[in-house]
Design a protein around this ligand. Structure first.
Ligand SMILES: Nc1nc2c(ncn2[C@@H]2O[C@H](COP(=O)(O)OP(=O)(O)OP(=O)(O)O)[C@@H](O)[C@H]2O)c(=O)[nH]1
Ligand SMILES: [Mg+2]
Length: 202
């Protein structure tokens, strides 16, 4: 089913991201801020949480066409749920679709959702060792984003060690460092999305 979904995205030339990260690492904040800074980019989102539609509501307020999947007890999204969610979105209107996976550094890594790119977030408050302790998700990353950089000094974030650990576990991934709160570092991330989006259309 993931392959069918991927084919559907490819035929539409639609860039799709699968965001994987810990609970509270700033996934929704990153989508919100990206949408706010790129009013010309028509964004859609499928958001997974065990309960509540809080994130979909937040994203709708930021102008994103958002659909919430409530998983109940499941710790990850699966392609079947994505396929169902897609029927609730107007894909023709979209330039970029973001799937915000359930906050979890373990289970979501094992499930292909048909995405174009896997984006793994690591917030500065989580500890520099997380890439070493949760290798599967980092091994599968196309992009790694260090988030909440505005809090780095407050939590004594060891940037060099964190980057060395990311490079060790995800040498294939491109790396961005940003704060959705202050906007610092958002531009290189947005430039990368625009480049990836236009290369898919070509
Ligand atoms: N200081 C700071 N706080 C941030 C940043 N990004 C997110 N936050 C805060 O971190 C908390 C969690 O952010 P969310 O965007 O809800 O994180 P999430 O990963 O979507 O959370 P779940 O969907 O519940 O897993 C909120 O209080 C945000 O305001 C940031 O760049 N800087
Ligand atoms: Mg969220």
């Amino acid at each position: 089913m993931a392959q069918q979904i991927r084919l559907q995205f490819q035929q539409r030339g639609l860039l799709t991201l699968n965001l994987l990260a810990s609970p509270g690492s700033g996934k929704t904040a990153l989508i919100e801020q990206t949408a706010t800074l790129c009013p010309d980019l028509q964004m859609g989102a499928i958001v997974g949480d065990l309960a509540t539609d809080h994130d979909a509501q937040r994203l709708q307020r930021a102008g994103v066409q958002a659909w919430q999947i409530m998983t109940g007890t499941a710790c990850h999204l699966e392609a079947e749920g994505i396929s169902h969610a897609l029927s609730h979105l107007n894909l023709d209107a979209l330039d970029l679709l973001v799937i915000e996976n359930v906050g979890n550094l373990v289970c979501p890594a094992a499930f292909d959702l048909g995405e174009t790119l896997r984006v793994v977030l690591l917030s500065v408050t989580e500890g520099e060792d997380k890439p070493l302790k949760y290798p599967t998700v980092f091994l599968s990353a196309d992009i790694v984003v260090i988030t909440k950089t505005d809090l780095a000094d407050a939590v004594g974030f060891d940037r060099a060690t964190a980057i060395a650990n990311i490079r060790h576990m995800a040498p294939q991934a491109s790396l961005y460092e940003l704060s959705a709160r202050t906007g610092a570092g958002m531009q290189p991330w947005i430039d990368a999305l625009r480049t990836a989006s236009s290369s898919i259309i070509e």
